[in-house]
Write a protein that binds this ligand. Structure first.
Ligand SMILES: Cc1cc2nc3c(=O)[nH]c(=O)nc-3n(C[C@H](O)[C@H](O)[C@H](O)COP(=O)(O)OP(=O)(O)OC[C@H]3O[C@@H](n4cnc5c(N)ncnc54)[C@H](O)[C@@H]3O)c2cc1C
Length: 287
């Protein structure tokens, strides 16, 4: 339970953090520390240098600009959970944040750290995928934008390159009759998602689904968009039968995890149940 030796620098600016990351291949970013420190204590991670970005003020913000929601990487889960702006314009984000761990975890853990960590049972990936977010990565070489669909590559693996820092999450503000929901079956001990489903639906004047976006976490090695569910909803009247038929496709085309807590068959079943609940809740909110 004692980590290997490491050096520690608290970066004062983003530029200082990027320079430190560029200098050492064995450096790791420290944000809230709620995933990295436990991994270091188990020696699953043994970075030689920790670059603490937790005090870089201009990485913590929630803004609405030109139809886009912009969230800085070190914004904590609690900042998002308690944001009046987000409750109004993107309620899926505060709802998802409220499901994460406990108060202590939400006060320290950051959205950027959670996304970069890419835990297969983490909550944020489902919401970020469902919202079709763009993730802004920056390094000494410059800046680039990665679509949420392309960001999660595999178990604990993202599209971030060595030396890159996730700086910002950008989400298009929704227009029209939209409804959003995040539902989750938490692991009873850790609180992580056995299954977590985020739904964002856009309805037309006849209560038919114009567009649906469904992000699922906990089921497979990485969070994914449930394309089969989305196409089964699009163009249909959003009633209980449509939701149930579409939700049955929740774990199609993915390799489903099985473990001591939930077998693959049980998880597949839960994926359908929670997807139906997410669609139903999102639909009710869009009305
Ligand atoms: C008891 C407990 C319960 C929890 N329950 C849940 C839960 O129910 N749901 C859930 O989703 N999570 C849960 N978590 C995890 C929690 O949400 C963490 O906060 C989160 O996974 C990591 O965020 P962090 O800011 O602590 O990142 P850190 O631990 O500081 O970093 C995690 C990883 O991301 C990298 N990193 C951090 N920031 C950046 C960045 N800006 N750019 C690039 N790389 C970066 C680090 O180098 C490290 O590899 C729980 C954690 C604990 C300890």
């Amino acid at each position: 339970m004692i980590p290997a030796q490491f050096d520690y620098v608290r970066a004062k600016t983003l530029d200082e953090a990027l320079s430190l990351l560029a200098q050492s291949e064995d450096a790791k970013i420290l944000a809230g520390g709620h995933s990295l420190i436990p991994a270091m204590k188990l020696r699953l991670a043994q970075p030689q240098l920790l670059v603490d970005i937790g005090r870089i003020k201009d990485l913590t913000y929630i803004r609405e600009e030109n139809g886009k929601i912009r969230i800085g990487a070190t914004t904590t889960h609690y900042d998002i959970e308690s944001s009046d702006l987000l409750k109004k314009i993107c309620p899926l984000l505060p709802e998802c944040a409220a499901h994460i761990g406990d108060v202590q975890v939400r006060n320290k853990g950051t959205i950027g750290g959670s996304l970069a960590h890419a835990d297969p049972a983490g909550d944020w990936p489902a919401a970020i995928i469902a919202l079709k977010a763009e993730l802004v990565a920056v390094s000494k070489k410059g800046e680039r934008t990665i679509n949420a669909d392309d960001f999660f590559v595999d178990l604990l693996t993202t599209a971030l390159e060595p030396g890159e820092l996730l700086r910002e999450i950008r989400i298009n503000k929704s227009n029209g009759r939209t409804g959003q929901a995040y539902v989750k079956m938490p692991h009873t001990a850790s609180g992580f998602a056995v299954v977590g489903v985020a739904a964002d639906v856009l309805m037309d004047g006849n209560s038919s689904c114009q567009e649906a976006s469904i992000g699922i976490t906990g089921v497979s090695a990485k969070a994914y968009r449930a394309a089969g569910v989305e196409s089964a909803l699009t163009g249909r009247k959003l009633d209980e039968q449509t939701a149930a038929d579409a939700a049955a496709k929740a774990a199609n085309d993915v390799e489903v995890n099985g473990d001591l807590f939930a077998s693959a068959d049980y998880r597949r079943h839960l994926a359908a149940v929670y997807t139906r609940r997410a669609i139903t809740a999102a639909t009710q909110r869009a009305r």
